[in-house]
Design a protein around this ligand. Structure first.
Ligand code: ZN
Length: 234
């Protein structure tokens, strides 16, 4: 049987860590890809290395499947996008109906780079943690955008790419539940201690659900999901 390989967008956050665990259960090899785009929460670039080095301790079989990690410099994206994620500005709702953390086209750019890396490495399965449930309304997280992008990338590179998004219709509470199913309490603990979600890059406060400012939209979603999941299992 042929070896199955996937390339996964891995930011070092909760969602992409759960996606990576999900992929390690399904593929023979999983390569990971991260981007330095001048994000304010640059600490997430350190978090991704911490998570990668610890994840294989959760299940011995994952160690043989977790393959190369790639990091791409896209700092120009941060410079041109002028958002609250890439400069020191307040996180507010803008007149477009989107929060000021929206980096225009970010996922389209990330997945296009991912496809270019995948093409050279003979990989056709791309995986991302995008989600349109309990999300910030980013239009490039929607399934319709990503289905259309998969079609464009396949046409543009004359090779069939699939974009899998295992969390697309998963609530934040269900994401914690899935983490527990995939790697029991050890994976939940790893997510709490080492993944990074807070938009402000704050790791000075440790909550039950992990580190973060506790008030930015990313922290609020993570905390709410955690509390709902814990309430549900107890
Ligand atoms: Zn925060």
């Amino acid at each position: 049987m042929a070896t199955t390989t996937a390339l996964l967008l891995f930011s070092g956050g909760q969602d992409s860590t759960v996606c990576l665990s999900w992929a390690l259960e399904r593929f023979d090899r999983v390569e990971t890809l991260g981007f330095d785009y001048g994000q304010r929460h640059r600490i997430e670039l350190e978090a991704r290395k911490d998570v990668l080095s610890r994840l294989t301790s959760i299940k011995p079989e994952w160690a043989g499947r977790l393959a190369d990690d790639h990091e791409i410099q896209l700092t120009e994206l941060g410079r041109i996008s002028e958002t609250a994620l890439t400069r020191d500005a307040e996180i507010v709702m803008t007149s477009s109906g989107l929060p000021s953390t929206f980096v225009p086209g970010r996922n389209i750019i990330f997945l296009t780079y991912a496809a270019a890396v995948a093409y050279r490495r003979g990989i056709t399965s791309l995986i991302g943690g995008m989600c349109e449930t309990d999300y910030s309304g980013y239009p490039d997280c929607r399934k319709m955008t990503l289905d259309s992008l998969a079609q464009t990338l396949s046409l543009g590179m004359d090779q069939t790419f699939t974009i899998e998004t295992p969390l697309m219709f998963t609530s934040k509470a269900a994401t914690w539940k899935l983490a527990h199913e995939l790697g029991s309490e050890a994976l939940v603990e790893l997510i709490i201690e080492y993944t990074h979600t807070c938009y402000l890059g704050d790791r000075s406060k440790r909550h039950a659900w992990g580190y973060g400012c506790g008030v930015c939209p990313a922290c609020e979603l993570r905390a709410k999901g955690y509390e709902e999941w814990r309430a549900d299992v107890n």
